[in-house]
Write a protein that binds this ligand. Structure first.
Ligand code: PEP
Ligand code: MG
Length: 554
């Protein structure tokens, strides 16, 4: 993302977790650290058992068995718990110290079999420490203004950051549409992805200048670079979101906001957005500040400021939720979104009910993610009807005309959009996933990020098929993937027929300004030309050419 920053580097490498050295201050903290240790023990044991189930080799089985034994070893557990309770130390520190003591004792015994045991102990303890720190008990603890440089960042870790201190984020892994990149854009934190080896090349505490325009970072920058970055920091960014998004020939485009947290409502209202086109509700489960009341509170706060579209839980993929998601070999194609929700009605039904309850407080819509075809959609809609019946029988008021939509983000949904369009009130295209599934390119994998071509002719054809189907059925049509917030492709999307563009607040000013500079007629001609092209490069050049022609600066 564009933006500038200058700050000291904070390094987070999950393979060498940061072990916090501070002492515990209260009984409650000690209890939390103890349960973090126990929870990590359970998680690592589960992981090991899964590895054992897959492992054919007797040697590997023996090693894994001894690791399981080690986690449960009363001597080891006693030492760790002693450090936490009596030594007032944090869980990761306690594990590291207990490991150190046991390793030292074993290395004095001078026997090969004991030496092998040392490597088991080291392995188990680093797994435990990684698990403790990953679970948010020792993740990034940023206390000063910093550029956060990490191998990767989990969405839950992002949510735990103090964003007033994080000036920019640099990630070794992940592409531009990975969830953390999306979250950081939403919060206005400049983020650079696919920066391989960054955690090794940058030293902790060194001064880093971040240049989002160039997509580069400078370590210990010289005066010239610093001056340029500082000029960028005080430079004039596009900030006026209050002006309307109406084309030169008078077509109004609804520019809406994507959010994942109820705390963003005030920012949405200030932004002049026409509503919330995508509320990613699964983040409520990760951030720990979600409850059934949140939906009604959001609806009430947004009353009079446009619709609120709650997308039902899209758990899974890279959005793991403790206690719900499962470790899978292929999570992006696996147990996620409506597939998981239809299997976990214990969490899905309460969410549907909470959204229905919220519908009397404001203009609420509901949207189902990852729909892959009519059969699946029928089942989801039938469950929704059942929850409505339950509300009626319990005397719970809700908007009987609540609009129901689906995300078009699986190619099979785009291909059968004509069938699906007859069953819902609106489509919103999730281009982040649609591109990934159409091109078979993992949206979060930096090694193949260059293949993630959103302007591939196949993607354009699916966008066109979806738009035609929506038009034929007379339903609303929008986009809520990252493409909606990229002004380079706005003319194409408008030309294809998309009238609702939902994006991060930080993209709104530029997209709105672009819309004010084009006509629908030109946008349609552009879309027609693009659809006849054979490669994404050609289409990409066409977009740049169009921008140059209308004099829209980068
Ligand atoms: C998308 O896939 O484009 C989308 C908006 O959903 P998410 O990024 O949450 O997967
Ligand atoms: Mg998606």
């Amino acid at each position: 993302m564009k933006g500038f920053a200058v700050a000291r580097a904070y390094i987070l490498n999950h393979h060498t977790p940061t072990v916090e050295h501070s002492r515990i201050q209260s009984e409650e903290e000690a209890e939390r650290e103890l349960s973090a240790f126990q929870e990590a023990g359970r998680r690592v044991m589960k992981e090991i058992r899964e590895e054992m189930a897959k492992s054919p080799s007797p040697d590997a089985l023996a090693i894994l068995e001894s690791q399981l034994f080690m986690i449960d070893d009363p001597d080891f557990r006693g030492r760790v718990e002693g450090y936490i309770r009596e030594g007032h130390r944090r869980a990761a520190w306690a594990v590291e110290s207990a490991e150190g003591e046991i390793v030292e004792a074993l290395s004095r015994l001078r026997s090969d079999s004991f030496r092998e045991r040392i490597s088991d102990i080291e392995d188990v303890s680093s797994r435990l420490i990684a698990s403790i720190t990953r679970s948010g008990h020792g993740g990034p603890v940023i206390q000063d203004s910093s550029v956060l440089i990490a191998d990767y960042l989990l969405p839950s870790e992002f949510l735990s950051l103090d964003l007033s201190l994080v000036k920019a984020i640099v990630l070794e892994k992940g592409g531009l549409t990975s969830h953390v990149a999306i979250l950081s854009r939403a919060e206005g934190v400049p983020c650079l992805t696919s920066a391989s080896s960054a955690t090794r090349l940058v030293r902790k505490g060194s001064l880093v200048a971040f240049d989002g325009d160039e997509g580069a970072i400078y370590i210990d920058p010289d005066d010239e670079v610093l001056e340029r970055i500082r000029a960028g920091l005080s430079g004039s960014a596009d900030t006026d979101t209050s002006l309307p998004a109406i084309t030169l020939d008078g077509v109004e485009i609804a520019v809406e906001a994507n959010i994942e947290d109820a705390r963003s409502i005030e920012a949405v209202k200030r932004s002049g957005a026409s509503g919330i086109g995508l509320f990613r509700t699964e983040f409520l489960l990760m951030g720990g500040h979600g409850s059934d009341q949140v939906y009604s509170q959001v609806a009430e706060k947004m009353k009079g400021c446009g619709d609120v579209c709650f997308r039902t839980y899209d758990i899974g993929g890279d959005k793991m939720v403790d206690g719900i998601s499962e470790n899978e070999e292929n999570p992006v194609l696996g147990y996620r979104a409506v597939r998981l929700c239809m299997d976990r009605k214990d969490i899905f039904r309460p969410q549907l009910k909470a959204i229905l309850k919220a519908s009397v407080f404001g203009n609420v819509r509901i949207m189902f993610p990852m729909i892959s075809g009519a059969g699946e959609l029928d089942e989801v809609l039938s469950l929704f009807e059942d929850v409505k019946r339950e509300c009626r029988s319990e005397g719970i008021a809700f908007d009987e005309n609540i609009k129901v939509g689906i995300m078009i983000e699986v190619p099979s949904a785009a291909i059968t959009a004509d069938i699906l369009a007859r069953k819902v009130d609106f489509f919103s295209v999730g281009t982040n996933d649609l591109v990934q599934y159409t091109l078979a390119v993992d949206r979060g994998n930096e090694k193949i990020a260059h293949l993630y071509n959103r302007l591939h002719p196949a993607v354009l054809r699916l966008l066109k098929m979806t738009a035609d189907a929506a038009d034929e059925a007379g339903i609303e049509l929008g986009i809520c993937g990252e493409m909606a917030g990229d002004e380079m492709v706005t003319p194409l999307l408008v030309g294809l027929g998309y009238r609702n563009l939902s994006m991060n607040i930080s993209s709104m000013a530029r997209v709105k300004r672009l819309i004010r500079n084009i006509s629908l007629a030109d946008a349609q001609a552009l879309a027609k030309r693009a659809l006849n092209m054979t490669s994404y490069r050609e289409i990409s050049n066409l977009m740049e050419y169009f921008h140059a022609e209308i004099g829209f600066d980068k």
